[in-house]
Design a binder for this molecule. Structure first.
Ligand code: ATP
Ligand code: MG
Length: 592
């Protein structure tokens, strides 16, 4: 029997009734900006809105960040403390002579100093670029080279292991600020001091806690992010301070953040989700954010949800699938009743995962879609609308999205009929839109055609205005005249009780052009027999029909993923075909 459409169970927080009219309520970015304070003189600054405005609103003593340590008690940082520490860091940058617009990089775990460095840099009107702490020396040096990093904030241990040997490749790097690893004081030799190495603690202690926020405008560059590298070499996207208007508005309209929420975004700030929705949006909405210092571990995550009484949770499909793999018994040991809203982003969310949330956690996952380039959420299942499992929802207020087809001559035609596959496109002009790809202006220009930003993702829109992800343009498979999105095939396989995860590719075939090949990770305790393979082939043929079902299935222990948790189908493909791997700097498990 088909399962009914899920209605999000958050009636007390609904601001509009669940039977939404198709017309959207009036919305304008200038109206949305009025939710923020702005700077005297008309500018806007992310750190001002996220931190200092909250102190002025009377939230100074409220916990802004609760850092759950690997061991020991949690560390609470109030809005007032965050305000004074970020002012200290802004003063440090001033004292070091870092000019407006110059870049500060971080190579840190999820620790207090990372949050202070991000917000202090923005307060000072310098540009911030976070690096994921598990990167090895090469990816660090490449990104710092592209972003022309002037300052690096890192720990002594990470500096020794990953940066010191690369210093001669980093001519723009003048200052390295070392944070203690916790168990030992920072030690700086005379030679290091001569090379610009300083102690973070000492510099902050001697800086004033008062700083007048830089007079940034909506167009002043604020944050650089590198894409996940799922389809190839990561690109550097530049974002501006005006983006904060969208972060605040989607924090409210999509994540449903209210002042009394305890919110947990599981993404690392090394990726755009961890910045836009792990730092900026929640602080702008005045909530308390949980930061987990440790890496994924199913039991730990359930414990955090229960003990911290998380009300709003924003995570990713790969994490949801790992929780599903850990089984339904584990969550029963925890009281998850505080959870009011669960969101997911980063990859397509299999319908099975939405159902699992409803059945096991008592809350369905609300999928939403966006990219590093868009800077914030563009298409979403919000708390205020019925979820269609497998759909990424509808465009958020202020966003015009369409399905378009791009002709060989570059002409863009908007597809108005429902249920037709095409490229997902957005009307440029939303505040958090990237402003360039660093050192690749031509590539940036190529993303805009016929008055649209072309996302590189294929999707379709149904009669009710919901968007359905089909696949990345690079991953879509042409087989016997059909265009097949791997997500559809993977989702069907996931419905089988033996399957924990699946990755699907096209394998060249003389007759069909391509045949569908699936790589399947089984659930713990399942024996991978030829009979199971046959069963899965039959199961998917029944679900999908012979034209779309896989013709080959391989059992694997793991799927290659980016460090941000996305399946790298291009590696499944290159390895199957014996081709070179290409850029693997973001591959999970690659040499640190
Ligand atoms: P690169 O551009 O370097 O290949 P990437 O596209 O994975 O990497 P991100 O910007 O982190 O880098 O990811 C954005 C992409 O992730 C989207 O374009 C889309 O393909 C995918 N994505 C994000 N959210 C969703 C979602 N809810 N459903 C389907 N796909 C999603
Ligand atoms: Mg991309």
């Amino acid at each position: 029997m088909a399962r009914p459409t899920i209605i999000s169970k958050t009636p007390q927080h609904l601001r509009v009734p669940p039977n939404l009219p198709l017309e959207r309520p009036p919305f304008s970015w200038s109206q949305a900006a009025k939710e923020l304070e702005g700077l005297p003189g008309g500018g806007v600054n992310i750190a001002h809105e996220a931190v200092d405005r909250q102190v002025r609103r009377g939230l100074g003593s409220k916990t802004a960040l609760r850092i759950v340590r690997k061991r020991g008690p949690a560390q609470d940082i109030s809005y007032a403390e965050l305000s004074s520490r970020t002012s200290r860091f802004a003063n440090v940058l001033q004292t070091l002579g870092v000019a407006a617009g110059e870049a500060v990089f971080s190579l840190l775990g999820r620790q207090a100093e990372l949050y202070v460095a991000v917000l202090g840099t923005l307060k000072a009107g310098r540009v911030f670029c976070p690096l994921f702490s598990a990167f090895g020396p090469e990816p660090i040096a490449t990104r710092m080279g592209i972003g022309e990093g002037r300052v690096l904030v890192t720990t002594q241990r990470l500096y020794e292991r990953k940066v010191r040997s690369m210093r001669d490749q980093l001519p723009t790097l003048h200052h390295v600020l070392l944070v203690s690893d916790g168990d030992a004081d920072v030690v700086i030799s005379d030679a290091d001091a001569a090379a610009g190495v300083r102690s973070w603690d000492a510099l902050l202690a001697s800086a004033s806690p008062i700083f007048q926020t830089a007079a940034t405008t909506a167009e002043t560059p604020g944050v650089m992010h590198f894409t996940s590298g799922t389809t190839g070499k990561p690109k550097g996207a530049l974002h501006v301070h005006g983006a904060v208007v969208l972060h605040q508005s989607t924090g409210r309209s999509v994540l449903d953040l209210h002042d009394d929420d305890i919110y947990w975004c599981t993404a690392d700030p090394g990726w755009v989700t961890g910045m836009s929705y792990g730092i900026i949006a929640p602080l702008c909405c005045g909530v308390t954010s949980i930061v987990d210092e440790a890496d994924f571990e199913a039991e730990r995550w359930y414990r955090i949800l229960a003990e911290q009484q998380v009300t709003v949770w924003y995570t990713a499909p790969t994490a949801v699938r790992m929780l599903m793999k850990a089984g339904p018994e584990l969550p029963k040991r925890f009281d998850l009743s505080s959870l009011r809203f669960a969101g997911s982003v980063g990859e397509p969310l299999n319908p099975e995962a939405v159902w699992w949330g409803q059945e096991v956690l008592g809350r369905p996952f609300h999928d939403n879609w966006w990219q590093t380039e868009t800077g914030g959420i563009m298409v979403a299942n919000t708390a205020a609308m019925p979820i269609k499992p497998g759909s990424m929802g509808k465009p958020v207020p202020g966003i015009d999205a369409a399905i378009v087809s791009v002709g060989d001559d570059g002409h863009v035609t908007v597809v108005t009929a429902p249920d037709v596959e095409g490229e997902l496109a957005l009307k440029p002009g939303w505040p958090s839109m990237f402003r360039t790809y660093l050192h690749e202006p031509a590539r940036y220009e190529k993303c805009f055609k016929g008055g649209w930003y072309l996302t590189g993702d294929l999707a379709r829109r149904d009669d009710d205005g919901y968007f359905w992800f089909v696949g990345r343009a690079d991953d879509v498979i042409k087989s016997a005249g059909h265009l097949i999105g791997p997500f559809e095939v993977e989702s069907a396989l996931m419905e089988h009780a033996a399957v924990a995860e699946a990755g699907v590719i096209g394998k060249p075939d003389e007759m069909a052009g391509n045949i569908i090949k699936a790589f399947v990770v089984t659930r713990p305790g399942i024996e991978r027999t030829p009979a199971l393979r046959d069963e899965l082939l039959g199961f998917s043929r029944t679900r999908l029909g012979p034209a779309v079902a896989p013709r080959e299935i391989d059992f694997v222990d793991d799927l290659p993923k980016t460090r941000s948790g996305k399946i790298m189908r291009r590696l499944l493909r290159s390895r199957e075909l014996g081709l070179p791997d290409g850029d693997v700097s973001t591959l999970e498990g690659s040499a640190p």
